[in-house]
Design a protein around this ligand. Structure first.
Ligand SMILES: NC(=O)c1ccc[n+]([C@@H]2O[C@H](COP(=O)([O-])OP(=O)(O)OC[C@H]3O[C@@H](n4cnc5c(N)ncnc54)[C@H](OP(=O)(O)O)[C@@H]3O)[C@@H](O)[C@H]2O)c1
Length: 328
C-alpha cells in the first residue's frame, strides 16, 4: 500500500540480500530511496524499482555520508560482514561506520535510524564478530545519546530466502560432495524469513519505539546445523554421508579455509569459514528476548519456502513444467 506521506530513506547495504527485500517493499509504498553501493553492478537488480536512486559512494567518507543523509527522514544501516576485509576489519563495518552513521543522523536531523545487528551481540561475546556487534550497538547508542533521533535495533537469527547465503551455500556443498565433513553439527539456529525481517524494518520506520529494546527475530522453529544439512540433503533428493566433526577438528577445518590454498578452494566452492565463525556458532543463535506486543509478528516456517528455492522451483519453472506436460 502506498504511504500517504512518502519518507526519504537511505538504505546502507541496500543492495544486499536483506536490503533488496526492504527496498522492494519501500519502493512499493512509494518511498524515495537512496541506495549507496561500493560497486554499482551489485545493486543493478534494484534499478527497476521506480523510486530507487542507486549511487556509487564510499560511505566510510564522512563528507559523502553527510551528503547522502542530507534531507533524509530515515536511515537503515544493513552493512555487515562475517569475514573481515582489509585493515578496517570487523570494527570498520560494525563499529566505526555505525558510529559515523549515528553522528551523521544527529547532524542532518534524520528522524529514525534502524540499525541491524545480530543475535548474541555483546562486548564480551564469544567471537570477535559478536564483540564487534556489541561495540557497534554501544557506539550507536552513545552517538545518539540526548538527540531526537529514534533508534530501532534488530538482531535476527540466520535469515533464509531465495538469495540467502546460508542454505544456498549448504545446497552448493551437497551438490558437489558425496561426503560432508560437518563442523559444529550441534550449533543451534532459529532461521527467519527475509520477508519477515523486511516487514519488521518497515514497521519500525513508522513506529521506531518498537525497537527501543533490541528486536530479536527468529522463526517458528529451532534447528541444529545437522538438522539443516539433513533438510537440504532431503530437499535435493540426494544421498550423502555427513561426518560430524568434533570441536577441535572443526577449528582445524576452519583454519584450513582461512589461508591459501584452502581460502582459494573455499572461494571456488562458495564457502568462507573462519575460526571466528566457529566460535560464534558455539553460542545458540536463538532468540531470548520477548518481542513487543505491538509488533505484528507471524514468522513464516522454513520448509515450504526453502524447498521451493532449493529445488529451483519458481513461477517461471512451474510454467515451464506445465508447458512440457502439455507438449507446448
Ligand atoms: N543474512 C543473515 O543471515 C543475517 C543474520 C543476522 C544479521 N545479518 C545482518 O544483516 C545485515 C544485512 O545482511 P545481508 O544478508 O543482507 O548481507 P549482504 O547480502 O552481504 O549485504 C551486506 C551489504 O553491506 C554492504 N557492505 C558490506 N561490507 C561493507 C563495507 N565494508 N563498507 C560498505 N558497505 C559494505 C554491501 O554493500 P555493497 O557491496 O553494495 O557496497 C552489501 O550490500 C548485515 O549487517 C548482516 O550482518 C544478516
Amino acid at each position: 500500500m502506498r504511504r500517504v506521506t512518502p519518507k526519504r530513506i537511505v538504505i546502507l547495504g541496500g543492495g544486499g540480500f536483506i536490503g533488496s527485500a526492504v527496498a522492494e517493499r519501500l519502493a512499493a509504498q512509494g518511498d524515495p530511496l537512496v541506495i549507496p553501493t561500493r560497486v554499482l553492478a551489485r545493486a543493478n537488480h534494484l534499478a527497476l524499482l521506480p523510486t530507487a536512486d542507486i549511487r556509487q559512494a564510499n560511505i566510510h567518507d564522512d563528507a559523502t555520508l553527510h551528503a547522502l543523509l542530507s534531507g533524509a527522514d530515515a536511515v537503515i544501516n544493513l552493512v555487515g560482514i562475517l569475514h573481515p576485509e582489509g585493515r578496517a576489519g570487523f570494527d570498520g563495518a560494525h563499529v566505526a561506520l555505525p558510529r559515523a552513521v549515528a553522528k551523521a543522523c544527529v547532524k542532518q536531523g534524520v528522524a529514525t535510524l534502524i540499525h541491524m545487528s545480530a543475535l548474541n551481540a555483546d562486548v564480551n561475546g564469544v567471537s570477535e564478530y559478536l564483540r564487534s556487534r556489541g561495540r557497534g550497538e554501544a557506539a550507536v547508542r552513545e552517538a545518539l545519546h540526548g538527540s531526537a533521533v529514534r533508534l530501532a535495533v534488530l538482531r535476527p537469527s540466520v535469515v533464509f530466502g531465495r538469495h540467502d547465503n546460508f542454505l544456498n551455500m549448504l545446497a552448493g556443498l551437497v551438490r558437489k560432495f558425496l561426503v560432508i565433513p560437518l563442523g559444529s553439527p550441534g550449533a543451534r539456529f532459529q532461521p527467519v524469513h527475509v520477508e519477515d525481517v523486511a516487514d519488521v524494518i518497515v514497521q519500525c520506520l513508522d513506529q521506531p519505539e518498537l525497537g527501543d529494546s533490541p528486536l530479536e527475530l527468529g522463526g517458528p522453529r529451532i534447528y541444529t546445523m545437522r538438522e539443516l544439512v539433513d533438510f537440504v540433503i532431503a530437499t535435493l533428493g540426494a544421498r550423502r554421508l555427513v561426518v560430524p566433526l568434533p570441536d577441535a577438528l572443526a577449528m582445524i577445518q576452519a583454519l584450513a579455509f582461512e589461508f591459501p590454498p584452502g581460502k582459494w578452494l573455499g572461494a571456488a566452492l562458495g564457502v568462507a569459514l573462519t575460526r571466528d565463525n566457529v566460535r560464534s556458532m558455539s553460542q545458540p543463535n536463538v532468540t531470548a528476548l520477548p518481542l513487543p506486543a505491538a509488533l505484528h509478528w507471524r514468522p513464516a516456517a522454513l520448509e515450504p519456502t526453502a524447498v521451493e528455492y532449493l529445488q529451483g522451483r519458481n513461477h517461471r519453472s512451474r510454467l515451464q513444467g506445465c508447458r512440457e506436460r502439455a507438449g507446448r
